[in-house]
Ligand binder design. Structure first.
Ligand code: HEC
Length: 141
């Protein structure tokens, strides 16, 4: 009986978790941002140490490509600008800054002779473009 109860409560907790994940009120931009976040975490790892960077050219190339693609989708979504009552062009400019910084990181990784220090700097410049947009367009809801 006790065992049955234990199984039942685990099932209920699992179900509660699933419905929580399913009915979140995530926006299209939020969904894209989560994917950008995942790629950014991978890019952080890829540039963390000399050894990481030495074996990560391919990861950096594919992940920055993925970020650029996602960012190009996100820049066409009007809601964030509308919500902040700011011009869409301002939003798109900040997205373009991010796209450019991702491309810079990729170029650097694919250039022979680039160092991990340079890659780390390029990664930091890239994450600054996230913050620059969030400051204006992702105020805490
Ligand atoms: C041009 C604007 C812009 C840029 C650049 C940008 N973001 Fe965002 N981000 C947003 C907006 C707007 C939201 C809020 C979306 C919402 O909840 O509707 C957001 C939300 C997020 C979230 C929360 C997602 C969620 O669960 O709702 C994460 C994580 C995130 N961004 C990561 C990043 C990272 C990492 C970068 C840089 C590599 C980045 N963002 C660059 C505009 C931007």
């Amino acid at each position: 009986m006790l065992r049955k109860f234990a199984i039942l409560s685990v099932t209920l907790i699992t179900l509660a978790g699933l419905s929580f994940a399913a009915d979140d009120d995530e926006t299209p931009t939020g969904k894209i941002m989560e994917q950008i976040q995942n790629k950014t975490n991978a890019l952080r790892k890829a540039t963390r140490t000399k050894a990481d960077f030495a074996k990560s050219t391919k990861v950096i190339t594919t992940d920055t490509e993925a970020v650029v693609k996602l960012a190009k989708e996100a820049r066409e979504i009007k809601e964030p600008a509308e919500k902040e009552k700011k011009p869409l062009a301002a939003y798109q400019k900040l997205m373009d800054d991010m796209i450019k910084s991702a491309e810079d990181l990729s170029k650097l990784a694919n250039k022979s002779g680039s160092t991990q220090i340079q890659a780390k700097e390029a990664f930091t410049a890239y994450t600054k473009t996230c913050a620059a947009c969030h400051e204006v367009f992702k105020k805490d809801e």
